[in-house]
Design a binder for this molecule. Structure first.
Ligand code: NIG
Ligand code: FE
Length: 422
């Protein structure tokens, strides 16, 4: 049985030549096909083309046909940076910030990441699985088909493994494509405040081997920041992660530029994320590498901190990905439509650049670019159909307004007209 979507007003991000990501000027180009069809067989894209070629497709009575007149079809968003598994929201810190405290001040008073770690310690694996499954279903309804998820609210062997086991269960139970990153180096737990080396030793000698043993992670992450992990400490942790088969994918340059980009590049990181504060040498260090710079505009929006200089990075010839950073502290939202809007409205990206950043480039940033991120024959059939909208620029323009009508993952309709079908 095939699923045929016909009369598509515009099919977005069609692959014209094979590429893993788009950089520099190429980011301004978005290949599309007007008045198009898309054929899905099993979980794959079988074919696509102009409606005038649809007669070449052998349609049987068994096949399901969807009419997409007036509607657009996109590859689903790839959200390459989230902390989706957590125990509790942190709106009291949000109120503290409104009343004048900074993110760093709240963290120094025991809030922030340590607050989430305390809450997570007493949550069971089942409770975490339930709450994360709900969040994931919400993201899918918003057009996201692939999600990277980090640990990092555990900060002890037991709790870090608990989070990653939840991610493993989500991988096995969800129709979304999921990647896991081990982020034991997210913050120093209180008891290690005066002996930070001991915590690093625990990460390297106990946590990484246990994560490797249970095959719980694809990547290794470190929060490289003043008062968190120094570039030297990150260097040490990444080396141990790489030895255990985990490619780096890291948090750098969120509040301060302290040399994290250079250490990440030295270790061939898959992505460097945040980048709100970039020195010219940080941009320069990324040139010609296979590391994807990744901006998290909804984190900047929520914390009121600078936006990553995405336009400058693209002008310098770099690629750029965007992701949500969904987490209870700095970004309590995983809405990629809003992320795309913010990239346009606040970072000055064109809709073409923002859509490339949230599809092909963010697919690369989580290692799924061979399977997802573009409309290409043989790729996984993860697409969404919009409501009737005038053009693809309408999506970032109409910020905050849901425009997604149908979500198809692995060739199956999982969400339609606001209703989950699974
Ligand atoms: O990516 N910056 C580090 N980690 C998260 C926030 C963690 C938290 O506040 O809970 C981020 O923004
Ligand atoms: Fe993050």
């Amino acid at each position: 049985m095939k699923l045929i979507i016909q009369n598509i007003q515009e099919l977005i991000q069609t692959e014209s030549e094979k590429m893993d990501f788009k950089a520099g000027d190429k980011m301004s180009k978005l290949a599309t096909l007007k008045n198009a069809f898309l054929v899905i067989e099993e979980d794959r894209i079988l074919d696509f083309g102009p409606m005038s070629d649809l007669h070449q497709i052998n349609v049987s009575d068994q096949d399901q046909v969807i009419d997409a007149s007036g509607k657009l079809v996109f590859p689903t968003w790839c959200d390459s940076h989230t902390h989706l598994v957590y125990a509790a929201s942190r709106e009291s810190e949000f109120v503290d910030r409104i009343n004048g405290l900074s993110y760093e001040e709240i963290a120094q008073r025991g809030g922030g990441i340590l607050n989430s770690a305390k809450r997570l310690e007493s949550a069971s694996e089942d409770e975490l699985f339930e709450s994360a499954s709900k969040r994931l279903a919400e993201l899918i309804a918003l057009g996201t088909g692939a999600v990277e998820m980090k640990s990092g609210y555990g900060l002890s062997l037991e709790s870090e493994l608990k989070i990653l086991r939840v991610v493993k269960r989500l991988k096995a139970n969800s129709s979304a494509t999921i990647k896991a990153s081990f982020l034991g180096a997210h913050a120093f737990p209180g008891k290690y405040k005066s002996n930070k080396e001991l915590y690093i030793k625990e990460i390297i000698e106990e946590m990484i081997p246990a994560v490797q043993e249970e095959e719980l992670a694809d990547y290794i992450d470190v929060f490289c920041e003043t008062n968190y992990f120094s570039p030297e400490q990150m260097d040490e942790i990444l080396e141990a992660g790489i030895a255990a088969g985990l490619r780096p994918k890291v948090h750098v340059n969120q509040f301060n530029a302290i040399g994290g980009v250079q250490i990440a590049v030295k270790h061939n990181a898959l992505s460097v994320d945040h980048l709100e504060i970039m020195r010219p040498e940080d941009i320069y260090s990324l040139k010609g590498t296979s590391t994807m710079p990744t901006a998290l505009p909804s984190c900047s929006f929520f914390l009121g901190i600078p936006y990553a200089p995405g336009k400058e990075m693209i002008q310098a010839g770099l690629p750029l990905a965007i992701a949500s950073d969904y987490n209870p502290g700095s970004t309590p939202s995983g809405n990629m439509n809003f992320v795309v809007s913010l990239a346009c409205i606040r970072m000055g990206l064109t809709p073409e650049q923002a859509i490339n950043a949230s599809t092909i480039n963010s697919a690369y940033a989580m290692g799924v670019e061979k399977e997802l991120g573009t409309i290409a024959k043989g790729k996984k059939a993860n697409v969404f159909i919009t409501d009737e909208i005038p053009s693809y620029s309408y999506l970032p323009y109409s910020f905050g307004k849901p425009v997604i009508n149908t979500v198809i993952l692995n060739g199956k309709i999982v969400h339609q007209n606001g209703l989950p079908l699974m």
